[in-house]
Design a protein around this ligand. Structure first.
Ligand code: ADP
Ligand code: ADP
Ligand code: ZN
Length: 212
């Protein structure tokens, strides 16, 4: 799905309710930026411009992550792969570990709705729970539903100007992965314009129906 489609929202819920580990490359990169690591310093400017971080950096990050014990019972890749080179590297990583991709979920959302979703997005500074000014405000204003935290953050790249660059990167570099996975019969499309609960039900049905 394009930026703002609802990938993180759904992956977080699948993690909470199905015990699948959510691996978000965006979250990992933001943690690197925050820690001031070498990788974080290289990635920060690229992310602020809304461009994609070089493949070799992302591939190394994911490869190290999927080898961790908490990924043993399955994982959701949220925001990866985003280029053909990343998809090919993922194929190699999985097959060398005797793993396979069970499902690839495409989330479709109208372009105008994406901008509204991105510019209203914020999250809990303490636990990372995701919110939206209009579509998902905390039940009690200023207090995180999940942890009771009262500090929230907004991403630097969640502004109207950067969104244009991010959408361009999506169309040019990531959208070609749709035919790549469609050709292998693993791609399932869900209507990302539906309400969050309805999107979640669609994904759960998809996962259940095709379980082998
Ligand atoms: P992505 O990870 O694809 O960039 P997010 O899951 O962070 O997207 O969602 C972007 C914003 O839109 C968040 O503020 C989230 O609360 C909101 N959102 C997610 N899914 C929906 C939906 N189905 N309807 C309305 N708003 C949504
Ligand atoms: P969104 O889903 O809203 O686009 P993410 O949190 O997934 O946001 O990504 C934020 C930024 O991190 C991207 O714009 C890009 O710069 C970088 N990034 C995340 N995942 C990847 C990836 N797989 N390949 C290259 N860059 C990535
Ligand atoms: Zn919280």
């Amino acid at each position: 799905g394009p930026p703002g489609a609802g990938k993180g929202t759904q992956a977080q819920r699948l993690q909470d309710e199905m015990g699948l580990k959510q691996l978000s490359t965006g979250d990992m990169l933001r943690a690197e930026v925050k820690s001031g690591s070498e990788l974080g310093r290289r990635a920060a400017g690229i992310m602020e411009r809304g461009e994609l971080v070089p493949d070799e950096l992302i591939i190394a990050l994911i490869e190290a992550r999927i080898s961790q014990p908490d990924c043993r019972h399955g994982f959701i890749l949220d925001g990866f792969p985003r280029t053909t080179a990343q998809a090919e590297a993922l194929d190699r990583m999985l097959s060398s570990r005797g793993l396979k991709l069970d499902h690839v979920i495409e989330m479709t959302v109208d372009e105008a709705a994406l901008t509204a979703r991105i510019t209203g997005r914020f999250s809990c500074a303490k636990c990372g729970a995701g919110y939206h000014d209009t579509f998902k405000p905390p039940a009690k204003p200023g207090v995180c539903d999940a942890c009771g935290g009262t500090e929230f953050t907004r991403r630097k790249d969640d502004n109207a100007e950067t969104v244009t660059a991010r959408l361009r990167a999506y169309h040019e570099q990531t959208a070609p992965l749709l035919p790549y996975y469609r050709a292998r019969g693993v791609l399932k499309k869900v209507d990302g314009m539906a309400a969050m609960d309805a999107v979640y039900s669609q994904i759960r049905e998809t996962l259940a129906a095709n379980r082998t």
